[in-house]
Design a protein around this ligand. Structure first.
Ligand SMILES: Nc1ncnc2c1ncn2[C@@H]1O[C@H](COP(=O)(O)OP(=O)(O)OP(=O)(O)O)[C@@H](O)[C@H]1O
Ligand SMILES: [Mg+2]
Length: 230
């Protein structure tokens, strides 16, 4: 029996309009969803459908209006902000739609930071970060800052940062969104390699139906619900 790594129970989230007359944007509506250990799931849907919001709520970066998110068997709303941050660092790797690297830090230190937050000492964190960056073909860019990297290189640093803690699940928000086809294929391949080797579940939002269909499951987000495409 495989285990559940992320689960939602009757999860709902809406954004209120700016003025009282504006309608609320209902993004997620009473969603029951499970991600199993080691599986790959693509989430597709129109721009504005709520894909990023869903990933943020799954990752505990935004709170739902009602319902629950569980990581394994633990409901995440039981934790303080500090404990949630600690548990997130242990459980999940998050790849943002826009990479969110720290501009003043090198590629190496951006990746090492994820381990430092979990309590790894500096030397060991840097060693492990270097290994992951080398595997993503960035061994020659360790000391470059984000501004000195190409878009694809930045995205690979962001992926290295998500993988370095060996999380149970990777949540990736359009990780290949701004990349040319060849680089997008490489970036996707590195996520799939990690999935196979580390058995980490992958939940990936993408506009590429081609990449989506290379995942085991494809779900489409529309009107607050996920429907099965594959
Ligand atoms: N903080 C916010 N306040 C108000 N409305 C928001 C907020 N964040 C997102 N929204 C709205 O919620 C809806 C869903 O946004 P979201 O970013 O989740 O869409 P998406 O599916 O990721 O789109 P894209 O494919 O363009 O990235 C949009 O209509 C957006 O305008
Ligand atoms: Mg988005």
């Amino acid at each position: 029996m495989s285990k559940v790594v992320i689960e939602t129970r009757k999860l709902s989230k809406a954004f209120k309009g700016i003025t009282a007359a504006d309608q609320a944007t209902r993004v997620i509506h009473e969603l029951d969803f499970k991600v199993m250990e080691g599986e790959t799931v693509a989430i597709v849907g129109a721009s504005g459908a709520g894909k990023s919001t869903l990933l943020h709520v799954l990752g505990g970066l935004e709170s739902p209006d009602s319902g629950q998110v569980l990581w394994g068997t633990e409901a995440i709303d039981q934790w303080s902000v500090r404990e949630l941050g600690f548990q997130r660092n242990k459980t999940l790797g998050f790849i943002y739609q826009f990479h969110h690297l720290l501009p003043e830090f090198s590629a190496l230190d951006n990746v090492a930071m994820a381990l430092r937050i979990g309590g790894t000492d500096k030397k060991q964190a840097r060693q492990r970060a270097a290994v992951v960056l080398e595997r993503l073909n960035l061994g020659h860019r360790l000391n470059h800052r984000p501004a000195e990297l190409s878009g694809g290189e930045r995205q690979r640093v962001a992926i290295a940062r998500a993988l370095v803690t060996q999380p149970k699940a990777i949540l990736a928000d359009e990780p290949t969104g701004n990349l040319d086809l060849e680089t997008a294929n490489q970036v996707f391949a590195s996520l799939i390699d990690n999935n196979r080797e580390a058995k980490a579940a992958l939940v990936m939002v993408t506009h590429s139906l081609e990449l989506a269909h290379r995942c085991e499951r494809v779900l489409s987000l529309s009107k607050g619900q996920l429907t099965v495409v594959k």
